[in-house]
Design a protein around this ligand. Structure first.
Ligand SMILES: NC(=O)c1ccc[n+]([C@@H]2O[C@H](COP(=O)([O-])OP(=O)(O)OC[C@H]3O[C@@H](n4cnc5c(N)ncnc54)[C@H](OP(=O)(O)O)[C@@H]3O)[C@@H](O)[C@H]2O)c1
Length: 293
């Protein structure tokens, strides 16, 4: 094999992709694809992109992530989140490449009150979660050498996310009413990208040997209300008020509990991600602009 691997990165303009691109460059020649250059809803384009780039590693950071809109756009969500990962895995297998893919805590129904292990029965409550679960299964069905990292509540310094929304609203509202009965773990996109790059740094063969499904997440847990309070800080204005999910109706149902147990990842890769509050503090001390993909 070439001494320096070629890495095909999809979704390079997304929250995670933007953070992955510069970090992966330390470990290989990165071919960064955004939706404009590779539309994952186009099966033929995926095949052509992989055959053209001939990567040793594919990192699929692209996904249809509009959870509420997915209820109306199920066909598109499934094409991007279910069919595309299967094609990427099939193509990876054909050329002996490794695939890294990301999935979500929304594959679970949230009925548990203790962290979900990887083998807990999945039962998505919404179209997005179902499409992501289908993607996981499509990858596994190919028998490709693939690592699927389930994570949760991603935020970062670019894109559309809870951190930036709360920061913006905090600037012009006296009161923020935030859901307090959904529990999960906020994850900074940088932390997830750093963990991915660390895993990749082992080289392709050790990576391939560690194929499988892993929960990749910061530790600790929070409600959206607690997350908002941590973002806003200890200030008198805006007042952050806890509300029930029923007081904030949205098209897609969310799991009430989505904390992922991360023991498997820690045992296999030998490190853990920081507590979410520590990661948030680090993120908050960063300048507001994100690195370019
Ligand atoms: N966001 C979360 O809270 C969360 C939680 C758990 C797991 N995850 C998973 O983590 C991974 C990374 O998520 P993220 O937060 O970085 O998402 P994101 O910020 O929404 O980025 C997703 C990227 O995928 C691209 N994309 C969408 N449709 C596409 C298509 N048809 N073809 C090619 N690219 C397309 C988007 O491009 P455009 O910008 O042009 O739309 C965007 O750049 C995904 O697998 C996601 O399912 C996310």
């Amino acid at each position: 094999m070439k001494s320096r691997p070629t890495i095909l990165l999809t979704g390079a303009g997304g929250q995670l992709g933007v953070e992955l691109a510069p970090l992966l460059r330390a470990h290989g020649d990165v071919v960064a694809a955004s939706r404009a250059t590779l539309d994952l809803a186009d099966a033929d384009a995926i095949v052509a992109a992989v055959r053209g780039a001939k990567p040793n590693l594919i990192v699929n950071a692209a996904a249809y992530t509009a959870v509420d809109l997915a209820e109306k756009e199920a066909t598109l969500a499934r094409a991007v989140n279910a069919r595309a990962p299967g094609i990427l895995a099939e193509e990876a297998k054909r050329i002996g490449a490794v695939l890294i893919h990301y999935s979500t805590d929304y594959v679970f129904d949230g009925a548990r009150t203790t962290p979900y292990p990887e083998d807990a029965p999945a039962k998505p409550l919404n179209v997005y979660g179902a499409s992501k679960l289908e993607g996981e299964r499509a990858i596994a069905a190919t028998g490709a050498r693939a690592l699927t990292f389930r994570t949760s509540w991603i935020y970062g310094l670019s894109g559309k996310n809870f951190l930036l929304t709360i920061r913006r609203l905090a600037g012009d509202r006296d009161e923020l009413r935030i859901v307090a009965d959904q529990i999960g773990v906020p994850n900074w996109s940088r932390t997830l990208a750093e963990a991915t790059a660390r895993v990749v740094s082992s080289g392709m063969a050790p990576l391939a040997e560690r194929s499988g499904l892993y929960h990749l997440s910061s530790t600790g847990q929070a409600s959206w209300y607690e997350f908002a309070r941590a973002i806003v800080g200890d200030v008198a204005r805006p007042r952050v008020v806890p509300i029930a999910t029923s007081e904030y109706p949205v098209p897609a149902r969310r799991p009430a509990y989505g904390v992922l147990a991360t023991h498997r990842f820690q045992e296999v890769f030998g490190f853990a991600l920081p507590d979410w509050r520590e990661a948030l503090q680090r993120c908050a001390s960063e300048p507001p602009t994100a690195p370019k993909a």
